[in-house]
Design a protein around this ligand. Sequence first.
Ligand code: URA
Length: 231
Amino acid sequence: MRLDKFLCACGCGTRSEVKKDIRAGLVTVNGEKALQPERQINEEKDCVCHRGKSCVYEKYVYYMLHKPAGVLSATEDARERTALDLLGEDRREGIFPVGRLDKDAEGLLLLTDDGALAHELTSPARHVEKEYECLLARPFDETQREKLESGVDIGEKHLTRPAVVRILGEKRITLTVTEGRFHQVKRMLHAVGNEVVYLKRLRMGTLVLDEGLPAGSYRRLTAEETESLRK
Ligand code: URA
């Protein structure tokens, strides 16, 4: 396996970060500096150290993507740019977005090849919280809050589960829902007589969008973030 690919699989950083570290002399193979990202290593026999720490191969990868508007939360599409396209060199077989986020919405999107964790996070039985920031077309009021917090009719068999509202301004709220129905937040606001004009996912379960991450960029999850999602 290529050295840069191996370091990514060990959670040492994104492909471009580890390439930089290799060229800066921060990586050794069997005790000797390795300066070429394309160098081949034997992942079972060679002892690779990154910044003085021995590297342990990780089975799955986890990326937090700040999805920009205009990008599909899909793995591939014939015409449109997808979340996976944004991974560039870090893209590898088996990675997919966890849960959907509309093309015109932005914010937190988890990308992983860990199917079991993705299932836990999206299973309707788990009621994992998703928190969204919404800019609204009209002023938000107490009647709308009460309806959203007790469950609204969005034209399906069941009312939505009670949501949690945080008011941030006259036309700005956060809404936390525990389901993942199609266009759920937009349809909930529409059902109470308002409209969402901008939508951003801030959180999924314990995973909070890193505000230091500009739209269109991504980073590896920390060990603590992955651990906490698994709980
Ligand atoms: N609700 C929506 O309406 N859109 C999303 O992308 C996510 C939740």
